[in-house]
Write a new protein. Sequence first.
Length: 69
Amino acid sequence: MTSGVIVGAPDMHLDEATRLMFENKVKKLPIVKGSQLVGLVTLTDIARATSIDKKTVELFEKLSNIHTI
């Protein structure tokens, strides 16, 4: 199991979660309350939840391939 996993909180704002994911170069952010997993946010979730333009879509596509570069 991976140690030092980056996690978010249930009351975290979407922009905070997005920034945390970009800063840590992760495509999926586990959401935990105490020591229990209560959800998972993905880049796809963020793209669907926000109104985005073509440039943002291209950025998401580039970031989604971050581990293959």
